[in-house]
Design a protein around this ligand. Structure first.
Ligand code: WTA
Length: 658
């Protein structure tokens, strides 16, 4: 490293606050610090600003209806269509030839859909779905990887008022079946396969295996031909070739259905404390208004931008900030099918250069991988088009933040560290890039109109410098409305901890720990429930545990998250073999396979540790914190309250030896 560079690194390392660059502020969508006060003084009417970003068929009568709290309603009485808002209105305003989606496949092939093209495709698929018998409010499951047919299918569903339920393509057959069963979904759109590191992966076999475990009749399955092989031979009797159906419906015109603001736009299953995933319900008016508003205020998106979020559409980030928010604003959104290091570790930076990307939004786990690979890869490419950077999904450590700031943003781009959840629909805690000072490692203050706090166990706000739990003390338009078919679980999961039901005071509990500083900035510390965050993917330890204890030869298991340099957290399995199974060499492999089968490769354990006992309290509770510390290589605290303290050293020695 040259002396000059070394000085630069040293300066950056010491700096703990960064002002938004002047060049950015000059052009930013939001620059007035008064916006916080405006929202506070005019709450909840302030949210009309978000609703005003949309085109309504019927104007809403009430901004917020809280009679039946916490079953809040937003923009009551209003009607609109999400696909109209993401497509038709832009075409009507003259943007027919503007690129809506720029897609790059793993093999290097590209496809660009203008707003006009995308509308045509969406209408053709909407007509197809109708012909198959899909009616308003039927849930359509989309089990697709990062190919343009996924957003096309989502918007086609939205056009005819059929909620979609996207299942991440990396999930297993069992995970697909669990979700289709829970949503009673009778329609599936999937594909033959897709590419990973140059190899074709089979997907349809996984889909078919999942379909075998669906408990109700599935009326139709549409299969996209991604691999280019002959599909027709492999299709079952109720399975159709996407291309054939689309050819039959080419040029179709399908009127967007007027949906009530509170009608369901989609369902998204996410992990919780129990083994059963939660079906988070999002609505048409509030969700779309909120994602459009945050895309504008936080991501600073303008119609003429090329914007890229490198998440997968199979997760909420892709729903809100690849598809709905950006398209509602009429911008160009980039989609990439593959991995960041294929064929080389500069793949993402090549995509930025080729597309002249203005705004780039990714996950801390990716940034930590870039850091490990080295600055030489981004240095090979021209990244000067970038104006703003973002991160989401997990805490970002200051070192990774600064690396991102320097080596990707060239110290010219603000970084927004956005905290939010599947349930919140959109961003909640983050700086506004044209307004606030940035502090690496801290997400920032709550957004205007969001009353997020850090509280102690009693719900009292903590002082600056103290840690506690995040709560959100007033509702917001993008919030989940309930858990599908499970109002009780909605109440108990999110509203039981801090609300005062008798006083009709409702407090949302996201189950995250956090620290507050003297300026009101919030640093998120991580989940406080049995959910772990592996590479920004939310996984329930109970789901993984139930897969492991189903393995023949395993008597008991505990699954925890341990710190991981790149993934943030990794899965650690501690298992007790059944008598007679202690010497089975393949027991750990079978445990990993069981996890693959029930969830998918993303949940594969870092280590499976066999032990004759698990550390337990006198009342028989497994001490998970201790197991987490062992996995993370942390110093172990007091073990004297355990029934079997001697086991702890034994386990720790084993983990160290691995
Ligand atoms: C974590 C992803 C720290 C958090 C959008 C949350 C974060 C969970 C951040 C939700 C951030 C998300 N800093 N932690 N900027 N963003 N998280 O539902 O623990 O997949 O509760 O939504 O990710 O994960 P989910």
């Amino acid at each position: 490293m040259s002396q000059e560079n070394a000085n630069l690194e040293a300066r950056l390392e010491e700096q703990d606050a960064f002002e938004p660059p002047e060049s950015f502020v000059e052009q930013a969508n939001v620059t007035d610090p008064g916006v916080y006060e405006e929202f506070e003084e005019n709450w909840p009417e302030c949210w009309e600003r978000a609703a005003d970003l949309l085109s309504w068929d019927e104007e809403y009568e009430t901004v917020l209806e809280d009679d039946d709290a916490p079953f809040y309603e937003w923009f009551t009485g209003g009607t609109l269509n999400a696909s109209y808002n993401c497509l038709d209105r832009h075409v009507e305003e003259g943007a027919k030839n503007r690129a809506a989606i720029k897609w790059e496949g793993e093999l290097g092939e590209t496809r660009t859909y203008t707003y006009g093209d995308l509308l045509n495709e969406v209408e053709a698929f909407a007509a197809t779905l109708r012909d198959l018998g899909v009616e308003e409010d039927d849930v359509v499951t989309l089990y697709l990887p990062m190919i343009p047919e996924l957003p096309i299918a989502m918007l086609a569903c939205a056009r005819i008022g059929a909620p979609h339920a996207v299942v991440f393509a990396g999930f297993s057959a069992d995970a697909l079946a669990t979700r289709m069963n829970a949503a009673e979904s009778e329609y599936l759109v999937t594909c033959d396969g897709y590419y990973r590191r140059g190899d074709a992966l089979d997907h349809i076999s996984k889909a078919n295996e999942g379909l075998e475990s669906v408990e109700h009749d599935v009326s139709d399955v549409v299969v996209v031909d991604r691999l280019g092989d002959d599909l027709s031979h492999s299709l079952g009797s109720n399975q159709h070739d996407w291309d054939e159906l689309m050819a039959d419906h080419e040029g179709a015109s399908v009127e967007p259905v007027s949906r009530d603001a509170e009608d369901m736009l989609f369902l998204m299953y996410t992990s919780g404390t129990t083994g059963q995933p939660k079906g988070v319900k999002h609505t048409t008016g509030g969700y779309l208004a909120y994602t459009a508003w945050t895309s504008r205020a936080v991501l600073d998106i303008k119609p003429e931008d090329t914007y890229w979020c490198s998440a997968d559409i199979g997760w909420i980030t892709g729903h809100s900030y690849i598809v709905y928010g950006p398209l509602a604003l009429g911008t160009t959104t980039v989609m990439y099918e593959g991995t960041p290091d294929y064929p080389e570790k500069d793949r993402l930076w090549e995509i930025v250069e080729e597309n002249r990307v203005d705004i780039f939004y990714t996950a801390p786990t990716a940034i930590r991988a870039f850091m490990k690979w080295g600055a030489e890869y981004p240095e090979r490419c021209d990244l000067s088009s970038l104006r703003l950077l973002g991160t989401v999904g997990e805490p970002i450590n200051p070192r990774a933040w600064k690396w991102y700031y320097k080596h990707i943003g060239n110290e010219k781009c603000p970084i927004v560290d956005t905290w939010w959840q599947t349930e919140t629909g959109g961003m909640m805690i983050t700086t506004l890039p044209g307004v606030n000072t940035m502090k690496p490692g801290s997400a920032g203050p709550p957004l205007p109109g969001i009353d997020a706090r850090v509280v102690d166990a009693e719900g009292e706000e903590v002082s600056g410098g103290e840690a506690g739990y995040v709560t959100v003390n007033n509702p917001w338009p993008g919030m989940l409305r309930t858990l599908y078919n499970n109002d009780d679980r909605f109440l108990s999961e999110y509203w039981a901890e801090y609300s005062d039901e008798d006083a009709d005071e409702w407090v949302y509990f996201p189950e995250d720990g956090a620290k507050l500083d003297d300026d009101g900035y919030i640093t998120i510390l991580g989940r406080v429930d049995d959910v772990i965050n592996v590479s920004g993917h939310r996984l329930g330890t109970m789901e993984i545990e139930s897969a492991v204890v189903g393995v023949e030869g395993i008597a008991e298991a505990a699954v925890v998250g341990g710190e991981h340099e790149v993934k943030g957290e990794a899965v650690y399995v501690y298992a007790i073999p059944e008598d007679g199974y202690e010497d089975q060499d393949d027991l750990d492999e079978r445990a990993s396979e069981a996890i693959d089968t029930s969830i998918g490769p993303i949940a594969r354990p870092e280590e499976v540790i066999f032990t004759p006992e698990l550390p337990k309290t006198r009342s028989g509770k497994i001490m998970r914190r201790l197991l987490e510390d062992i996995a993370s290589g942390n110093e172990l605290g007091d073990t004297s309250t355990l029934r079997n303290p001697e086991i702890v050293d034994e386990i720790a020695d084993q983990v160290e030896a691995e």
